[in-house]
Design a protein around this ligand. Structure first.
Ligand SMILES: O=C(O)[C@@H](O)C(=O)COP(=O)(O)O
Ligand SMILES: [Zn+2]
Length: 218
């Protein structure tokens, strides 16, 4: 089992990695990891590029109650909603990655699946991408909808905001949010072009349980 100090270091390293690659910027985004009944979460107002492993907030993973450390991200309730819905999840990441946010601002998206299955890797790592209606950041009214959505999906897109992605560990959640960002970029690059997304049968075949896929546990 990974020690708490290692997980603290992993959160700080992942934040720095996201920040250096502009997957998030300014003081946007938040990262959590579940350890038993608690979660470690980045503090509110922090730059993910400069997280001190010793300066993470500790919350109850189910209720989102602040237990220790600095004032937590205002999205603590959202991370808790995902953990309640997904016993398999041990990490949740939220970013303001530019292309994903751009898609989240588009009109007439399919609310059940905001992006087409352009590539196999996207289907394997992200799957379907439900769009949750706009709520102001930190609005706890989004909690019940996020929880219900997370029961069937490990990735979701908050309208006019950005992605929230869960995984069995930080590296897997990061892999999925990065794949989502690159697919959003491809989708925007291809707008106006005639494209051939995967067929339903092709996409469904990739969603079948298989080893080493985050979709396994769905
Ligand atoms: O968009 C927002 O305001 C939040 O969702 C966010 O990304 C950063 O807020 P904190 O985690 O409270 O710093
Ligand atoms: Zn945000």
């Amino acid at each position: 089992m990974t020690s708490e100090s290692t997980i603290r270091r992993q959160i700080a390293d992942l934040g720095a990695s996201f920040f250096s690659r502009r997957l998030t910027f300014g003081r946007t985004g938040n990262i959590s990891a579940r350890i038993g009944s608690t979660m470690l979460l980045t503090p509110t107002g922090a730059s993910l590029g400069a997280i001190d492993p010793q300066d993470l907030s500790v919350l109850d993973a189910s209720t989102g109650k602040h237990l220790d450390g600095p004032r937590p991200s205002k999205e603590g309730f959202l991370h808790a909603a995902v953990y309640r819905a997904r016993p398999d999840a041990a990490a949740v990441v939220h970013t303001h990655s530019t292309y994903s946010v751009a898609v989240s601002c588009m009109a007439e998206l399919d609310p059940d699946d905001a992006l087409p299955p352009l590539t196999a890797y996207y289907v394997m790592r992200v799957g379907r991408l439900p769009l949750l209606p706009y709520h102001a950041p930190g609005d706890v009214a989004l909690g019940s909808l996020a929880e219900a959505t997370a029961r069937a999906h490990h990735a979701m897109l908050l309208a006019n905001h950005g992605p929230v992605v869960a995984g069995p560990d930080l590296a897997t959640a990061a892999d999925a949010v990065e794949e989502l960002e690159e697919t959003a970029r491809l989708y925007l690059l291809l707008r106006g072009e005639s494209t051939r997304p995967l067929t339903t049968a092709e996409a469904d075949a990739l969603r079948q349980p298989r080893a080493a896929s985050p979709e396994v546990s769905r």
